[in-house]
Design a protein around this ligand. Structure first.
Ligand SMILES: Cc1ncc(COP(=O)(O)O)c(C=O)c1O
Length: 363
């Protein structure tokens, strides 16, 4: 365990899983730092010893404010534009349901999307008669037409690690980005991306516990979104009963019951990444990922076309079997369902030894 401020060179020491495994799976769930496990356990102990009354709820709101601040820094936006969610999929659903789309409305999406987005799109088609138009990921912007109400697609494709086309910034309808493989992994410039909403995960590239996530909503889009969930946590004046009003800012979209242990653990996970510096964290991960891609290609594995991201997908004729074989050798990565591909997720906590282990095992 490093003493003093964490640097990019000492970051790896925070992750017990990295002592044993070549952990290349942050695109599914990031490695959890020991201090995040301790912080979560500490909150539970405190609740067990002191009970859960006023002080406990004040603690929850302090932790929420701190985590919102950290997520806003990772996204480069105003904390007032960030809601705390439980996962990416929840943030996507809040926006897509909030748009109140009906028959005759169309959502444009891509052919490389995750069930976290496709699930809500399927529900809107079935329950509201909304049309879903799927276009090739790299040309998704070209599919927008007069009936299109929103474009919803990944910032970074979970299948290939490609980036969404820059032209999305110029489309005339709101753009909702699925940032599950974006925030924490690569720099997010929301202005440059030109999106009105961005849903991200806390448990992947921010190394937090399961059940954490964020949703950015622009000041322009927020008033256009219906809000179906109101409860103690997102009301300004909960004591006003049925007349109570939700917060004016993105806090209105907060998940209703994020626990102190979840919030504290997420904060303890993100703080060392902030200390190491987002720029350094992104640069180290991106550069290791590109080294991995080059070496795999020179060793005869076909690497799918990718962007300057942290995901590397490569050919594997029987990917589930090879994934299991690698797992037996202490190398953790995933296969892409239905495609002959394995995907390695490379983070700033990884090092050349992890990549070496993978190359050696694939040889
Ligand atoms: C692109 C993408 N979207 C959504 C999800 C689902 O994320 P969550 O579990 O945070 O909802 C994933 C998870 O792997 C993903 O890769």
């Amino acid at each position: 365990m490093p003493v003093g401020p964490v640097t990019i060179d000492t970051l790896r020491e925070l992750f017990p899983v990295c002592e044993r495994l070549a952990y290349l799976n942050a695109g599914t769930d990031g490695p959890l730092p020991a201090r995040a496990a301790q912080a979560g356990a500490g909150e539970l102990r405190r609740a067990a010893e002191r009970g859960r009354s006023r002080e406990h709820f004040e603690r929850r709101s302090e932790l929420s404010a701190a985590l919102r601040g950290s997520y806003a820094k990772a996204l480069g936006c105003d904390p007032a534009d960030v809601a705390l969610t439980t996962c990416t999929s929840e943030g996507l659903a809040i926006v897509l349901l909030g748009l109140d789309l009906r028959q005759g409305d169309e959502i444009v999406t891509s052919d490389e999307e995750h069930p976290g987005l496709l699930g809500t799109l399927g529900a809107l088609r079935e329950l509201r008669g909304v049309s879903i138009r799927q276009a090739p990921f790299d040309r998704v912007h070209e599919a927008v037409r007069s009936s299109t109400r929103v474009v919803a697609c990944s910032h970074v494709s979970f299948m290939t690690g490609r980036l969404a086309p820059a032209q999305l910034a110029d489309v005339e309808v709101p753009v909702l980005l699925d940032g599950a493989q974006g925030v924490g992994a690569i720099a997010c410039d929301l202005d440059e991306l030109g999106c009105d909403a961005y849903a991200g995960a806390g448990q992947k590239w921010l190394c937090g516990p399961d059940g954490t996530g964020m949703l950015y909503v622009s000041k322009r889009l927020l008033p256009q979104l219906l809000l179906f969930r109101r409860g103690y946590g997102n009301l300004v004046d909960p004591d006003a009963g049925i007349d109570a009003r939700p917060h004016e800012d993105a806090r209105r979209f907060d998940s209703p019951a994020l626990s102190a242990e979840t919030l504290a653990s997420a904060l303890a996970a993100i703080e060392p990444l902030e200390q190491a510096g987002w720029r350094a964290v992104h640069e180290r991960a991106r550069s290791l990922a590109s080294q991995l891609a080059e070496r795999l290609a020179s060793n005869g594995r076909a690497v799918t076309p990718r962007g300057p991201t942290t995901l590397v997908s490569f050919s594997s004729p029987d990917a589930p079997a090879e994934r299991d074989r690698l797992s037996e050798r202490g190398i953790v990565l995933r296969d892409i369902p239905g495609r002959p591909l394995l995907r390695a997720s490379v983070g700033a906590w990884n090092d050349e030894r992890d990549l070496e282990r993978l190359h050696h095992a694939l040889a």
